[in-house]
Write a protein that binds this ligand. Structure first.
Ligand code: GTP
Ligand code: MG
Length: 467
């Protein structure tokens, strides 16, 4: 359907609107009497509707189809322009971000029925600068207003306390609150469908579809570290436009080739891919972004942030961060990202954005990316060897494809550069077991080509390791 977000300049207008809004009653259905701020505007005379819809201009809320994107990318002149175009096509629009905040506030209205002081905040890609149109809406139910004032000793003879139910763990509190709120969303939330309570996950959540906005929603509680990591990604995404450009291109490439998926499993997640891009940018001879330890050292004492015993301190004032000059172009970075990971020693090394250096892997998972805040955890523990191999093979093939296109790119609309990387043909040869034996020599050929490219960049590589 057609939906509009309406903002009012005066509070009184809202009261007037509510006064004039009726409750739908039909003979064959009953209404749950829970009023929300989602209203339906109907025409008194059905004939008027068709005429009015003709003049409605809707704003874009989803990305263009991949074939159209490939065509558009093929018509620009350089890989730099392609990377820039992809980012502009895919990134969230101002209105879409506002819509995400609005859905959070609608959810807050439901949660407030039990917890009046609670708030619902977006996190993840909706706000971390890496969101793509159509990405899910991650929400955090913040109950801090409810946990009462933690006052110290009072001088008088009495202490006044709220009577509250006690349960055995923080996790159980989160589970029971999400269970009840999930039930309310399911029973009372207009437009909220397909509600699933996934309470036994490492991070318990309620998943549902919000039909009026079209968002797939994940509601969590007690998830402050994820909030903080969204803030960290926001800082990185805001430091240099090349960060977002590279993340958007790599995420799109990974999705097209089935390296990432909306279904949970052994696939690399977008979050892990983002960590890999950040790490690569830290490893440039002249780093494009600082390490997390450097961001921590720039935070003043008032910026100190400890969550559940984990040090999550980093500077949030961007003006305090100065970076060495680096003139790498987005196209060059994309090419070298694929070379870097096409040759990375995954068997031995862990990716660590805190140190900005490879570390020895502390455990045997095929892909090890240290969780920036909960440092004993691996954010890519779910990734299996097959998926990692598929990633490496595709990275090598893509480095090779870009290398070809760098030398000469055909004129016209034939897919080239980044567009060529998004063609399914690259993946048809990569990562499929039945082709493995046949492919081996090609893969080897690409590896040796990469080695020769590397050899010609020896000075640069030495710089990287000296830093
Ligand atoms: P999309 O795929 O566009 O939704 O990206 P996203 O960044 O929103 O990822 P997702 O919805 O899977 O997770 C939301 C947020 O939770 C992320 O941005 C991270 O802050 C956090 N998160 C997700 N996965 C992990 C993980 O494995 N470890 C940690 N520490 N945080 C994670
Ligand atoms: Mg998300």
């Amino acid at each position: 359907g057609v939906h509009a977000v309406v903002e009012f300049s005066e509070k009184e207008c809202i009261a007037a609107l509510q006064d004039g809004t009726r409750i739908l009653s039909t003979n064959h259905e009953s209404t749950v009497p829970f009023k929300t701020r989602l209203l339906t505007l109907r025409f008194n005379h059905p004939g008027d509707q068709a005429a009015a819809q003709m003049s409605v201009k809707c704003l874009k809320q989803s990305t263009i189809p991949i074939n159209e994107l490939i065509q558009k990318l093929s018509s620009v002149d350089s890989i730099d322009q392609q990377v820039d175009l992809l980012t502009r096509e895919y990134q969230l629009t101002e209105e879409n971000i506002r819509l995400r905040f609005l859905v959070c506030s609608l959810l807050k209205d439901i949660a407030a029925a039990y917890f009046p002081e609670s708030s619902v905040k977006p996190f993840g890609s909706s706000v971390n600068t890496f969101g793509k149109l159509g990405c899910d809406l991650d929400m955090f139910l913040d109950l801090d207003g409810n946990s009462g004032r933690k006052v110290g000793k009072t001088a008088g003879p009495y202490i006044l306390e709220y009577q509250m139910k006690q349960v055995s763990s923080e996790r159980m509190v989160t589970q029971s609150i999400l269970s009840v709120i999930g039930e309310c969303i399911d029973q009372f939330g207009p437009g909220c469908v397909g509600v699933q309570k996934i309470l036994n996950a490492r991070c318990p959540l309620v998943r549902f579809s919000h039909q009026p906005s079209g968002f797939q929603c994940d509601l969590t509680a007690n998830n402050r570290i994820a909030m903080r990591s969204s803030e960290l990604l926001y800082v990185y995404g805001s430091l240099d436009p090349r960060v977002r450009a590279l993340v958007f291109s790599v995420r799109c490439w990974a999705r097209v080739h089935g390296l990432t998926s909306s279904i949970p499993g052994a696939w690399i997640t977008n979050f892990s891919l983002t960590m890999m891009v950040l790490f690569f940018l830290q490893r440039r001879s002249s780093p494009i972004i600082p390490t997390l330890d450097q961001l921590k050292s720039l935070a003043g004492t008032d910026g100190k942030c400890i969550i559940e015993g984990h040090d999550c301190t980093f500077v949030t004032n961007l003006s305090k961060i100065t970076l060495p000059e680096n003139t790498d172009t987005p196209g060059q970075l994309l090419q070298e990202f694929f070379e870097f990971y096409g040759n990375f020693t995954f068997s031995k090394n862990s990716i660590n954005i805190r140190k900005g250096k490879e570390q020895n892997k502390p455990e045997a998972s095929p892909l090890h990316i240290q969780n920036p805040f909960e440092q004993s955890l691996n954010v890519s523990k779910n990734v299996n060897q097959t998926q990692l191999e598929k990633f490496v093979t595709l990275a090598r093939d893509s480095a090779w494809t870009l290398q070809q296109n760098e030398v000469s790119h055909p004129s016209g609309t034939h897919p080239w550069g980044l567009a060529a990387l998004l063609l399914p043909s690259v993946s048809q040869t990569a990562g499929k077991n039945k082709n493995k034996r046949k492919r081996q020599p090609a893969s080897e050929r690409i590896k040796s080509l990469l080695d020769s490219i590397k050899a010609s960049k020896v000075t640069k590589t030495t710089d990287v390791f000296c830093k």
